[in-house]
Ligand binder design. Structure first.
Ligand SMILES: NC(=O)c1ccc[n+]([C@@H]2O[C@H](COP(=O)([O-])OP(=O)(O)OC[C@H]3O[C@@H](n4cnc5c(N)ncnc54)[C@H](OP(=O)(O)O)[C@@H]3O)[C@@H](O)[C@H]2O)c1
Length: 299
């Protein structure tokens, strides 16, 4: 199949593109720079120059594809509302273009804030609805296209999709730890982050492309919840820094934008995903990757 992928040069998108090419699909990847276009071409994908604001380009590429995997996102957490507006417009464009086609539309989503205080499952419906919701309410919007003849599927990724070279949340925690000379956790550090290795997440995306039904929700989660204190201690050992608690009232000052995410308790099950798609994560754990030096400078 010819699959249009946004974010094909990103952390998850790079691995997903590899999976798709290995499975014999053609990948057309949105590339916002010459460097990203060259990277895609070198991997065997077809670059399409454009940004997430270029809705005409996204519409045309969607119309020409057998399916779409939307992994691009403007990760500017200081302008999160604007990122949400961009995200919503992209999802609306893809959904409208695919309406009535029964073609697959897979979209990246998260697990933050799904079911505070209890383990989230694939059956939990997101409460983030409407343009002003986090991420522009994009998961709910994408899934609503299932009623309009689109095989739309939500891929809820664990809070940490980790591996060597990760530049996401855990990399930011490592940067903050180096800056302060201490690897901190909030309060008693008992709150949990789910985690998955990038290779396992990418394999699940391919399985979803093959098998997930319209309206399907998948949890790319290998570890239901890693205590944030354990993450801080592992980072402290790896970076050779002391470990200590941070008063939750000082979360923003100490951690910056990542503080609001590090405070979350987001245990997340993937039992239904494993059962439905025969998916068994095999990659290293988050603490393994930290111990292996995956979050040292230059890793
Ligand atoms: N990584 C995680 O732990 C995690 C966890 C939960 C959910 N997610 C979600 O999963 C998705 C993929 O995450 P990721 O970690 O792979 O993100 P990432 O590494 O930051 O990659 C983002 C991708 O989007 C592209 N992009 C950014 N702004 C763009 C713009 N204005 N126009 C066109 N392309 C643009 C980037 O292109 P360039 O390569 O050219 O910069 C890159 O390909 C995102 O929706 C993210 O929020 C990720």
């Amino acid at each position: 199949m010819r699959i249009f992928v946004t974010g094909a040069t990103g952390w998850i998108g790079t691995a997903v593109t590899g999976e798709l090419l290995d499975a014999g699909h053609d990948v057309v990847g949105l590339a916002r720079s010459d460097a990203s276009a060259r990277t895609l071409a070198a991997r065997g994908a077809t670059p399409l120059r454009g940004t997430l604001d270029d809705l005409g380009t996204i519409k045309d590429a969607t119309a020409a594809a057998d399916g779409v995997i939307h992994l691009g996102f403007v990760h500017d957490f200081d302008r999160f509302a604007e990122s949400g507006r961009i995200e919503r417009a992209v999802v609306e464009t893809i959904g409208d273009t695919l309406a009535g086609s029964d073609r697959p539309f897979l979209l990246a989503a998260g697990v933050a804030g799904l079911t505070p205080g209890r383990v989230a499952t694939e059956d939990d419906v997101t409460g983030a609805v409407g343009p002003d919701a986090p991420r522009g309410g994009s998961e709910a919007l994408a899934l609503s296209f299932a009623d309009r003849g689109v095989r739309s599927v939500a891929l809820r990724f664990a809070a940490s999709v980790h591996g060597i070279g990760d530049h996401g949340f855990v990399a930011e925690l490592a940067r903050v730890a180096r800056e302060h000379g201490v690897s901190g956790y909030l309060g008693d550090g008992a709150n949990r982050w789910p985690a998955v290795h990038r290779s396992d997440a990418a394999r699940l995306v391919r399985l979803a492309l093959d098998d997930a039904p319209a309206g399907g929700v998948l949890h790319a989660v290998a570890e239901e919840g890693v205590a944030t204190r354990d993450i801080a201690e592992a980072l402290g050992r790896s970076l050779d820094l002391p470990v200590g608690p941070v008063d939750p009232a000082d979360a923003d000052e100490h951690f910056g934008w990542i503080g609001r995410f590090f405070a979350l308790d987001a245990p997340t099950s993937s039992a239904l995903t494993r059962e439905r798609y025969g998916w068994t994560p095999t990659g290293p754990t988050l603490l393994d990757d930290i111990a292996a030096g995956g979050y040292l400078p230059g890793a």
